[in-house]
Ligand binder design. Structure first.
Ligand SMILES: *[C@@H]1O[C@H](CO)[C@@H](O)[C@H](O)[C@H]1NC(C)=O
Length: 263
């Protein structure tokens, strides 16, 4: 008896298409895990990260593993990506969003333990402080994403949130390099990974809100939002997911209707 699998493989071979089958068993209720920094984390003292507001827009639970002050490098070195590997089950979804703490140079004697090695590929730096080998942003997030995909989970690479783009009253929408890096990480990982341009979605929101309303969302500095700001940044994310910005993510199936429209 010829199974459908061998028929399908024969069909692929005949058409010259190479495919790596990954079995994704959709659970009745998958879980969403969040890996990120303070802009996503549960913070406090008048500030909040957007990850705390995501669950109210989804039909499935969210576990927010974002931690203040982390970069792709330090999140990796502290075993936090690996902790999530131990938790994810087939069909779960992991959102990875870093960038705010990833800049700078690890080569200097004052290496802060967070700066990634510049570049998007196999570049390796040596920490000027500890001698640690330091890899690129793409290296850290792609390695984590591949582990999750290997467990049958799906990964959403999300670009970092913008800082206050209306600081000083002038709209300055330029994107940091980590926005493009997140997009390329999703491409490099391929099957099981997708990209959402949370930076651009939030920039669109801030443009629409204007200077005064946007500045009011940043009570302490130009990076961290108030709870109200975090909710809007979450809504910008969910809107992006619901309109495939930029690409279709597995989260789309779990967005509560009607999806927010804030940009
Ligand atoms: C995502 O799409 C928007 C709208 O087309 C575009 O402005 C933005 O640059 C895209 N993002 C990336 C990282 O290519």
């Amino acid at each position: 008896m010829v199974s459908w699998v061998s028929l399908a493989l024969a069909g692929l071979a005949a058409s010259g298409v190479r495919a790596t089958p990954v079995k994704v068993t959709r659970q009745a209720s998958p879980t969403v895990y969040l890996a990120g920094d303070s802009t996503m984390a549960k913070t406090g003292n008048g500030l909040m990260g957007w990850g705390e507001y995501l669950a109210q827009y989804l039909t499935i639970p969210v576990v927010n593993k974002a931690i203040s002050g982390r970069s792709a490098r330090s999140y990796s070195n502290e075993g936090r990506f690996t902790e999530i590997t131990g938790l994810v089950k087939s069909g779960d979804i992991v959102i990875i969003e870093f960038g705010h703490n990833d800049g700078g140079s690890p080569n200097s004697a004052s290496d802060n333990g967070r700066s990634d090695c510049p570049g998007t590929g196999d570049e390796v730096c040596t920490s000027g402080k500890t001698g640690e080998l330091v890899y690129t942003f793409n290296h850290y997030v792609e390695a984590a994403a591949r582990e999750y995909v290997a467990k049958g989970a799906q990964v959403v690479l999300s670009s970092q949130t913008p800082n206050n783009l209306w600081e000083g009253g002038v709209f300055a929408p330029g994107a940091p390099r980590f926005v493009g890096y997140a997009a390329s990480a999703a491409k490099n990982v391929g099957q099981g990974a997708s990209f959402v341009d949370h930076f651009q979605a939030t920039a669109n929101l801030f443009l629409k809100l204007g200077s005064d309303a946007t500045n009011a969302l940043y009570p302490q500095d130009h990076t961290h939002t108030s709870p109200e700001g975090a909710n809007l940044v979450a809504e910008a994310f969910v809107q992006a997911v619901s309109v495939d910005y930029n690409g279709t993510t597995p989260l789309k199936d779990f967005v509560k209707s009607p999806a927010p429209v804030v940009w």
